[in-house]
Ligand binder design. Structure first.
Ligand code: DC
Length: 231
């Protein structure tokens, strides 16, 4: 069967990556979490002291972008790809609140987006890829055969993120998470370069009241419908 490109965009913490990963595993496609790449650049900036009292030192990050190598490697235990930053597995570190609360300004920098979009397009050249993010259907793969835009209310997304952090044994404050979710929504939708928006030809999925299983089934149905009619 001819492989296609699948773009899944939407707001933060709305379960995009869970459904994207599961679909990719089931249909034998590569899964790429583009948010992990923005998070890796943010972690690098935190580790190297590029964030100062006055925010991010853009010029320094611009100079150092060429030294930041991001790659994914399948984790045999989880069956999912782990994120590597300059050869080090940073899958856990990029998911902390510290990274979450610094990532939006990094993702708003045009030179960061340019470098990462280029890398993402290279990763998808062979098709057979499921990529999730904010601008995959609009900028990275505007010709993707299947585009989905996922949304859910900020309160529900904050609750999900809270439970996720708790389950990992991390400190979590629901109110703080809700503020972070709303703030990220705002920055993601209002930045100048590739703001978060639904591509005209994307299918809309509001999963506020769907279980993970239900949304997985919905996505799988869309894939089947498309690939079977394309045969
Ligand atoms: O999906 P996430 O929460 O891991 O994304 C982290 C941040 O990166 C979020 O603030 C939005 C940004 N992002 C982006 O601007 N473009 C993408 N394609 C993916 C993520």
């Amino acid at each position: 069967m001819k492989k296609i490109t699948i773009a899944i965009d939407g707001f933060s913490s709305c379960g995009k990556s869970t459904m994207a990963k599961d679909l990719a595993r089931e249909i034998g496609y590569i899964y790429i979490d583009s948010g992990a790449m923005y998070r890796a650049v943010t972690l690098y900036s935190l580790q190297q002291g590029i964030f100062g009292d006055n925010g991010i030192d853009e010029e320094r990050l611009r100079r150092e972008m060429g030294q930041i190598r991001i790659a994914f490697q399948l984790n045999a235990d989880t069956g999912r790809p782990d994120t590597y930053l300059n050869g080090v597995n940073v899958e856990q570190q990029i998911r902390t609140m510290e990274v979450s609360s610094h990532v939006s300004p990094v993702a708003a920098l045009p030179f960061v987006r340019e470098a990462l979009v280029k890398l993402q397009q290279e990763m998808g050249r062979q098709k057979g890829i499921v990529m999730d993010g904010r601008d995959i259907g609009t900028t990275v793969f505007p010709d993707a055969e299947l585009k989905v835009f996922v949304t859910a209310s900020p309160e529900i997304r904050a609750q999900r993120r809270y439970e996720e952090l708790k389950a990992k044994g991390e400190q979590a404050d629901l109110q703080e998470i809700l503020e972070n979710v709303k703030q990220r929504d705002y920055i993601d939708q209002h930045r100048e370069v590739s703001p978060l928006r639904k591509a005209d030809d994307a299918l809309l999925l509001d999963n506020s009241h769907l279980t993970i299983q239900e949304q997985k089934e919905w996505l799988f149905e869309q894939f089947n419908r498309l690939t079977q009619t394309a045969e």
